[in-house]
Design a protein around this ligand. Structure first.
Ligand SMILES: Nc1ncnc2c1ncn2[C@@H]1O[C@H](COP(=O)(O)OP(=O)(O)OP(=O)(O)O)[C@@H](O)[C@H]1O
Ligand SMILES: [Zn+2]
Length: 897
């Protein structure tokens, strides 16, 4: 790995700093407290984050600032990467805001993921290992020496990835222990199964099974024997039963027969007595018939027939029917006539009523008309009075004109004329008044002048003035005008009076006109009323005449109706007569019915006698039949009585009893035997189940044994594996120890030039021993400070070599970072350190960053970085010196020496 560029912003004392790094040795120098260590820390922090800080994230942020950015560009295994970390202060604490690692084809985000990616994938060392190997901080030069062998071993094992093997070994050990647990369990199970199987085998299950089976077969044959006996007994019993049953059947048959015979005898007796009864009935009916025949003669006489025969009755009935038909026809005719007449009467009466109603209506109308004529006449009278009033008023108005110069119809023109005259007079009065006022003024002025003595017109003395001359004439004129005015006013008064009169005449004239109109209208109305009244009266007269005619018609119709009603009554009487005759016919028919009934009764009785005789004969036949059957039955009974064998039945009964007895006993025995058999079968079943479970146990055992064997081999394998990992690690460690010892001696030789020491020994447990030339061993912490520093550097150098040579693939070697490694060294040893550094470059360490003031180291540097702190702002900056400056510094250092 190689750092390419570092950019800082607000990291510890740095404000903004951007620094490039190259291959080879870079020396960083500057005053105490200028920020050199902080620069290295920044690189370390970029790679590992907070793990790289001694303090908290808070310490990384410049005091007073809120944000810190750190960016580190680096190359690893030919690929370029950049890590960006941003810290932010918020709410009093500082946290990572962003943390990104970007490579050509990978991006990792998040502080933890970036740290793990750097530690696991790139460098294969965590921050601790990095510190042990690559980054030797100020004052930590003795770290590896002071560590205990165990710590040292772990550090180195980790660096060389041997820790992984230990991890695997432990896993294998865990697996082995797990298998052991399972194995113990399974073995316990197996033992238990063995015990169970032994216990079962001791029971001789198969022998017991055989014994039980032979017992069962013995029992089976005994059961068969008893079953045979039982079947025999059953047969005997059945035979006896059938004999007894047959006998019983016969006995009951005999009983049945006897019963039937008795029944038959009884029924024969019954039939005989029935025949007796029938004979008695016949005799009774015969007597009745004789009586009826004696009565029949009288009935025929009453019915008016010669012989009491069916034919005579039928003939008589026919005659009656004919007569009835005749009568009924007549009766119907009369009834129809009654109906016709009644309806005629009704319609005539309706017509008479209608006529009367019409007459009444007409009279009513006539009365109405007359009343209307009366009204019209009285209206006419009132109207005439009105007309008279109007005429009188008109005459009065006419009288008004009598003393006037004008006639009626001229009033309006007359009034207009007066108005005009009045107007003219008014104008004249106006003119006269004006003239008078002018004249009066003239007179007044002249009189004033006269009093003053001057002419009123020219203001000259009036003596002989023309104006005074005219004064007199003027005074006259005033007088004349006053006279004229008086005259005109008189005229005006007269005309005003005339106008009033004329206006009243105009009024009278228009009133007279409207009165004339009214009179005309009233007269027209009177005319109409008069005509109406006359017409009404004429109409009323006509109506009354028509009413009288209608009343006459009604009278006539009524008379006609009465005639028809009389006829109807006569017809009804005729109907009553016919009804009476019909009733008589019915009575005669009833008498014929009586004759007929009597004949029928006699016939019925004869029929009944015939039926009874027949019945009696059939009963005689039935009795004969029954007697025949009775003879048969008696014969059969005789036969059955002969067949019946009492002795055989008795024997059968005895056999039946003993067989039943035996069967009862044998059933009990068989039940007992069945029970025994069930018991045996049950026992066999349980023994068989035992055998099966034994077999199952054996199977289980075999399986378990197999499992145990498998587990044992697994156990062996895990043991081997564990052992192998352990051996492998020990072997590798041994190999590492050997290489490390060799390399350590080589570098130590170089660094320490073999002044006093012959060699260093590193044993398998990483115990370090330094041997002096005389062979005395020394513990490394017995070395001087400077020796220890060199020793330590040698050790690291050796580890570095082992790392770069011992691990396949990309050597994870990060830049070697040394912070003030020369503090304990004198100048001789510093130059050894310089050699060592040179040597390490030769081993493939591409980049070495050293903080140092030592000129010799500066001399060896390819690059020089100067760190300065601004004393006013307290902020650090770092800058790479260019080649010229570097040369200058080197020269200065050399000359200063
Ligand atoms: N968070 C911080 N903010 C500001 N300044 C800080 C912060 N942390 C440390 N410093 C300052 O940085 C300086 C320490 O820097 P550093 O240890 O890198 O100096 P140095 O050059 O290595 O010194 P020396 O030669 O003594 O080892 C101190 O002056 C300290 O005050
Ligand atoms: Zn420092």
């Amino acid at each position: 790995m190689k750092f390419d560029r570092l950019r800082l912003s607000n990291f510890k004392p740095y404000a903004d700093t951007d620094l490039r790094f190259d291959d080879g040795v870079t020396v960083i120098h500057g005053l105490n407290g200028s920020g050199k260590s902080s620069l290295l820390e920044a690189c370390f922090f970029a790679l590992y984050g907070s793990k790289a800080l001694d303090g908290t994230l808070d310490d990384a942020v410049t005091t007073g600032a809120d944000e810190t950015d750190v960016e580190l560009w680096f190359t690893h295994a030919g690929e370029e990467y950049r890590i960006t970390r941003e810290l932010r202060r918020s709410g009093g604490s500082v946290s990572t805001r962003t943390c990104v690692l970007e490579g050509a084809d990978s991006t990792v985000e998040g502080a933890r993921d970036v740290r793990e990616f750097v530690g696991d994938d790139l460098l294969r060392m965590d921050s601790e290992a990095f510190r042990n190997c690559a980054y030797i901080r100020q004052g930590e030069v003795n770290r590896l020496i002071n560590a205990s062998p165990r710590e040292r071993r772990e550090m180195i094992d980790d660096l060389l990835q041997l820790g992984k093997l230990e991890e695997y070994r432990e896993r294998a050990s865990d697996a082995r222990l797990g298998v052991e647990d399972v194995l113990a369990d399974e073995r316990g199970g197996l033992n238990k199964l063995d015990e169970q199987i032994d216990a079962k085998e001791e029971q001789d299950l198969h022998d017991r099974l055989n014994q039980l089976k032979s017992d069962l077969s013995d029992l089976g044959s005994e059961i068969e024997r008893f079953e045979g006996n039982r079947d025999d007994a059953r047969e005997t019993k059945e035979a006896a039963v059938s004999i007894i049953e047959e006998a019983e059947e016969r006995e009951s048959e005999l009983e049945d027969l006897t019963e039937e015979i008795e029944q038959k005898e009884a029924s024969i007796r019954e039939t005989e007595s029935e025949r007796e009864t029938l004979l008695e009935q016949i005799t009774e009916i015969r007597e009745d018939v004789d009586e009826r025949e004696a009565e029949l003669e009288g009935l025929a006489d009453a019915a008016g027939i010669d012989a009491a025969t069916e034919t005579a009755v039928a003939d008589a009935r026919e005659t009656l029917d004919e007569r009835e038909a005749e009568l009924r026809e007549q009766r119907q005719e009369q009834r129809d006539r009654v109906t016709t007449l009644e309806s005629e009467v009704e319609s005539l009466e309706t017509e008479a009523n209608r006529l009367r109603e019409q007459a009444a209506e007409k009279r009513e109308r006539a009365e109405e008309l007359e009343a209307a004529a009366d009204d019209a006449e009285s209206d006419l009278e009132a109207l005439r009075e009105d007309i008279d009033d109007v005429a009188a008023e008109h005459a009065e108005l006419e009288a008004k004109f009598a003393d006037e110069p004008i006639g009626m119809g001229e009033a309006e023109a007359h009034r207009e004329q007066i108005r005009e005259e009045l107007e003219a007079v008014r104008e004249e009065i106006q003119t006269t008044v004006e003239e008078l006022s002018v004249a009066r003024k003239t007179v007044e002025e002249a009189e004033e002048l006269l009093e003053a003595g001057n002419c009123p017109e020219c203001g000259q003395p009036v003596e002989d003035s023309p104006h005074v001359d005219t004064l007199e004439a003027d005074r006259e004129r005033v007088e004349a005008l006053e006279a004229e005015l008086g005259e005109r006013n008189g005229e005006k008064a007269q005309l005003q009076a005339d106008l009033e009169t004329a206006e009243s005449l105009v009024e009278a004239e228009s009133r007279a006109e409207s009165l004339a109109d009214k009179q005309e209208m009233l007269e027209e109305r009177a005319e109409t009323l008069k005509a109406d009244a006359e017409e009404g009266r004429a109409d009323a007269k006509g109506l009354r005449e028509a009413a009288d005619e209608l009343a006459e018609d009604a009278e006539e119709t009524e008379t006609e109706a009465e005639g028809q009603a009389e006829e109807a009554t006569a017809a009804r009487e005729r109907v009553a007569d016919l009804d009476e005759e019909l009733t008589e016919l019915d009575q005669r028919r009833e008498r014929l019915d009586d004759v007929e009934d009597a004949i029928d009764a006699i016939d019925d009785a004869e029929d009944q006698i015939d039926r009874l005789r027949e019945k009696r004969e059939s009963k005689a036949e039935l009795a004969a039949e029954r007697r025949d059957r009775l003879d048969d039955l008696r014969e059969r009974r005789e036969g059955l009585r002969e067949k019946f064998d009492r002795e055989r039945v008795e024997q059968a009964r005895n056999k039946l009893e003993s067989a039943a007895d035996y069967l009862e006993r044998v059933e009990g025995k068989l039940e007992e035997l069945d029970e025994q058999r069930d018991g045996l079968t049950g026992k066999i079943g349980s023994v068989q189940a035992e055998i099966r479970s034994l077999e199952a146990l054996r199977e289980d055992r075999d399986q378990l044994a197999e499992t145990v064997a498998d587990l044992e081999s697994l156990h062996e394998e895990t043991e081997t594996l564990e052992q192998t990992y352990g051996d492998l690690r020990a072997e590798l460690r041994q190999r590492n120890v050997e290489s490390l010892e060799r390399m350590l001696n080589e570098t130590f030789d170089l660094a320490y030039g073999n002044d006093a020491y012959s060699h260093i020994e590193l044993d398998g447990e990483y115990e370090l021993t330094v041997y002096q030339k005389d062979g005395t061993p020394l513990s490394p912490d017995q070395l001087s400070g400077g020796e220890r520093a060199l020793f330590n550097l040698s050790l690291r150098c050796a580890i570095y070599r082992l790392l770069s040579e011992g691990i396949e693939g990309a050597a994870p070697t990060p830049p070697l970072i040394l912070d003030e490694p020369t503090v304990f060294l004198d100048s001789g040893h510093v130059s050894r350190l310089a050699d060592l550094i040179e040597e390490m470059r030769g081993f493939g360490v591409r980049q070495i960053l050293i903080v140092s003031h030592d000129e010799e180291l500066v001399d060896a540097a390819a690059d020089l970085v100067t760190v300065e702190k601004d004393t006013t702002t307290n902020r650090s900056t770092a800058r790479r010196e260019d080649a010229a400056t570097l040369a200058g510094v080197k020269a200065m250092l050399e000359s200063g020496d």
